[in-house]
Design a protein around this ligand. Structure first.
Ligand SMILES: [Fe+2]
Ligand SMILES: [Fe+2]
Length: 385
């Protein structure tokens, strides 16, 4: 437990047992499910935690309350990593009221079989709830990243409770860089909803925010412009850095050799940043993150069943369903008899906005030869000129 301010106490938990967060993301440093208590004339609890930590969370809550009872449970987000213990809480504290919006309570009913009709407070966008000195204002943030999501502003301590926004992978008892795991989290989980994040940032810009309390990752207390700036860049689908991400899918290593040769040439020619990844072996979410991070993406795949090698297909689908756009893309294909991979990759990206394809393409017949090596050279020239 930790004091965020004199009146706001952290009561979240660290999860080092989770195998896959949200059923698909590897989290080598675990995950934090954050929850907070606000102590005022009335007391409010901000969200619950994952199902596996109900007892630990309730014990934290009891300790933070120091003998008092909670008056409100504010439900900002109904995804079970935050909402799983609503029924447990409601049972332990029968006098507490549950605060959410109309969409929240539809989901509460679907998850728990009741919508607590006799003890709920249904709020509208922009409405406030007074705890005494602290007045909580609820700002709806639909699709960041579920439809019922709302964030909460406490004008007294100038705190924004930001739900999943500004969250990251990683438990709080492990020290690690914020941006890397926040970026992987953002593009993996919220990436599709850039426009909705932009809308939320516009609403947040009108507030005087000194502290951000997200539902995952550390409480942010300093240099908030840095975090808000990154969120603005990411949600506007703007590249964060100049650089090239070379993603390859290779069966016997010949496509890999071309990808690595291109990376070497790019470095030689002074490209500020070149990153190479094997899509079959590296974490897909890390690859998605890098595709959004840099201004140029190189896709290198062998031809397979008349299409592309499956890890490449999965990768491109991961990008397009997250609204990938506004980047330069170059294509490298390999095919021992009928190379079709470049055409297939181009077609998969046809619905993506503002994609500029490099003029130079590399087409390998089985293994690099003089012709395809010259194509790699020409592509490296084009990407660095
Ligand atoms: Fe979520
Ligand atoms: Fe979450």
């Amino acid at each position: 437990m930790m004091e965020v301010t004199k009146d706001i106490i952290y009561i979240g938990v660290n999860d080092h047992k989770v195998d896959l967060f949200e059923g698909q993301y590897v989290v080598p440093n675990g995950m934090a499910y954050n929850s907070y208590v606000i102590l005022d004339e009335k007391t409010a609890v901000m969200d619950t935690v994952d199902a596996h930590f109900g007892e630990e969370w309730l014990a934290n809550l009891e300790q933070a309350l120091g003998g008092r009872k909670p008056d409100y449970l504010v439900v900002q987000h109904m995804e079970p990593d935050h909402s799983a213990n609503i029924a447990k809480f409601a049972e332990k504290y029968p006098e507490a009221q549950i605060v959410g919006n109309a969409k929240t309570f539809t989901m509460v009913k679907n998850f728990f079989g009741t919508d607590y009709a006799d003890r709920r407070v249904v709020v509208k966008d922009g409405e406030s709830l007074s705890l005494g000195a602290h007045e909580l204002t609820f700002v709806f943030a639909p699709m960041v990243h579920w439809p019922e999501v709302m964030v909460t502003y406490d004008a007294k301590d100038k705190v924004l409770f930001s739900a999943d926004g500004f969250g990251k992978f990683g438990a709080l008892d492990v020290d690690e860089d914020w941006a890397c795991e926040a970026r992987r989290y953002y593009f993996g989980i919220v990436g599709k909803y850039g426009m909705q994040v932009q809308n939320l940032l516009k609403k947040a810009a009108a507030l005087d925010i000194q502290i951000i309390c997200p539902l995952h990752g550390p409480v942010l207390t300093e240099n908030l412009g840095y975090y808000i700036g990154l969120y603005d860049t990411w949600s506007a689908y703007k590249p964060e850095s100049e650089g090239v991400f070379v993603a390859y899918a290779s069966v016997y290593g010949n496509t890999k050799a071309a990808a690595e040769l291109l990376a070497e040439k790019l470095r030689e020619k002074g490209c500020p940043k070149v990153t190479v990844a094997d899509l079959a072996r590296e974490d897909m979410a890390e690859c998605v993150e890098d595709a959004f991070r840099y201004d140029t993406l190189v896709l290198a795949s062998c031809t397979y069943n008349g299409g592309v090698f499956p890890p490449m297909r999965e990768f491109i689908l991961d990008l397009t369903e997250r609204g990938y756009r506004n980047r330069r893309v170059a294509l490298i294909e390999n095919g021992s008899w009928a190379a079709t991979a470049a055409k297939v990759m181009e077609k998969m990206l046809e619905g993506s906005k503002d994609i500029t394809f490099a003029e130079n393409r590399v087409s390998i017949k089985s293994a690099l030869d003089e012709t395809s090596t010259a194509q790699v050279e020409a592509l490296a020239d084009e990407l660095t000129k």
